[in-house]
Design a protein around this ligand. Structure first.
Ligand code: FAD
Length: 371
């Protein structure tokens, strides 16, 4: 007998957001999480509208709107801060790219503006002199993702029927999930949101780990005011198959600076790679020379779950009629969790999806071999 409408496997930011949206849609939810750690606890929490392609733009823009609607209710621990992003143009060529990005974003109603070299230096005096300018995206924000995930689950529990269970799912068979201890849980639908571990439960899922390093400093309030990202990040983040680094710095509400970013394929070793770390910090120093005088207090790594086209997989798995997927969010899953959840909940309940689901459908990967 099934007493739960939906069983969600994985309570990172995507699973938590799915539970929240499913409860809002009137469904009862059981959440199973093995507390294995995941990308949500390892990431940067930059909520950023990305426009590599129309599908990424649609998902990230609609998600930013949802984050802004949630923000007034969120507790202080979620550390939601609407600091905006400055996309830094180092030269005239990157300035042209910034103008093109502005046109694309403004066409979709995303508030943004160009800063010339003088305005940029005024906005962020710690940046090196000589940058050509920046695109400021006003609504981009940051959040402390692990706490936001807990908050979403708590909100879901406050407004509907939610059971949270710490357990590891070992197998999915139709409506039933077998746990590591051999016991079983059934539900009308199963939602798989177990991040990079998802292929263990759904063999053949086209996900590759993409390792990233982050460094956090001691507290230096007022050093940086916006999330700062070099425009070259777009190339290194999404179009590279090798190891890449890019300048990406976030001011935390504590006054700490969170420094990224790196991307490495074909490794599952969580150890800090000192060569990559050194490259990443050298890159950061070229933009923020004063970083050399700050204390770094912690360095860690995490794994993004990357699909071949860098878009997440959201929707039903055709060969398993009761299994729904929300996986493969790569480096944008904190940003896109609320819109992912809304889209998945609409598909499960048969209501009109808020955005076109096709670009995220599992069927786009016709070569994968699902057991
Ligand atoms: C270095 C780095 C920086 C990033 N920066 C950003 C950023 O600035 N902005 C942004 O939007 N995104 C960023 N990301 C990406 C973002 O963190 C991820 O896309 C997002 O957290 C994915 O969330 P998830 O819920 O899908 O997966 P996860 O957070 O990995 O959660 C998966 C959950 O499933 C559970 N689980 C796994 N297997 C099982 C099982 N068998 N049974 C039960 N439970 C299970 C785990 O315990 C875990 O809690 C970054 C990622 C990294 C690594």
């Amino acid at each position: 007998m099934q007493t739960t409408d939906v069983l969600v496997i994985g309570a990172g930011i995507v699973g938590a957001a799915c539970a929240h949206s499913l409860v809002q849609a009137g469904l009862s939810v059981r959440i199973i999480d093995a507390r294995l750690g995941g990308a949500t606890a390892a990431g940067m929490g930059h909520l950023v509208v990305m426009d590599d392609n129309p599908a990424e733009l649609a998902l990230s823009k609609s998600s930013l709107d949802l984050w802004h609607a949630l923000a007034p209710q969120m507790d202080a621990g979620c550390a939601f801060t609407a600091c905006g992003t400055l996309w830094l143009a180092a030269n005239e060529e990157e300035l042209l790219a910034a103008h093109a990005k502005r046109a694309t974003l403004q066409a979709q109603g995303v508030a943004c503006e160009m800063l010339d070299a003088v305005a940029l230096a005024r906005a962020e005096p710690a940046l090196r002199r000589g940058l050509a300018g920046a695109l400021k995206v006003n609504g981009d924000s940051v959040v402390y993702a692990p706490r936001a995930a807990q908050w979403l689950v708590a909100q879901a529990a406050a407004h509907g029927s939610v059971v949270f269970e710490q357990a590891e799912a070992a197998q999915i068979d139709g409506h039933t999930v077998t746990l590591r201890d051999g016991s079983q849980r059934s539900a009308g639908a199963i939602v798989l949101t177990s991040g990079i571990q998802a292929p263990q439960l759904c063999p053949g899922l086209p996900l590759r780990p993409k390792k990233g390093h982050l460094v956090i400093t001691d507290r230096y309030p007022g050093t940086v005011h916006h999330q700062l990202v070099e425009l070259g990040y777009i190339t290194s983040a999404h179009h590279s198959d090798g190891t890449s680094v890019a300048f990406n710095v976030q001011p935390r509400p504590t006054g700490q600076l969170l420094i990224g970013s790196s991307r490495e394929f074909d490794t599952t070793d969580p150890a800090v790679n000192n060569t990559v770390l050194a490259r990443m910090l050298q890159r950061a120093l070229t933009y923020l020379p004063g970083l050399a005088d700050l204390n770094a207090i912690r360095t860690w790594t995490g794994f993004r779950a990357a699909t071949p086209d860098s878009l997440p997989i959201i929707g039903p798995l055709p060969v398993h009629p009761h299994l729904w997927l929300a996986v493969g969010h790569e480096g944008l899953g904190v940003t896109t969790a609320p819109a992912t959840a809304q889209l998945l909940a609409a598909q499960i309940t048969g209501s009109t999806p808020p955005i076109d689901p096709m670009p995220y459908a599992a069927q786009r990967f016709d070569s994968w071999d699902v057991a």
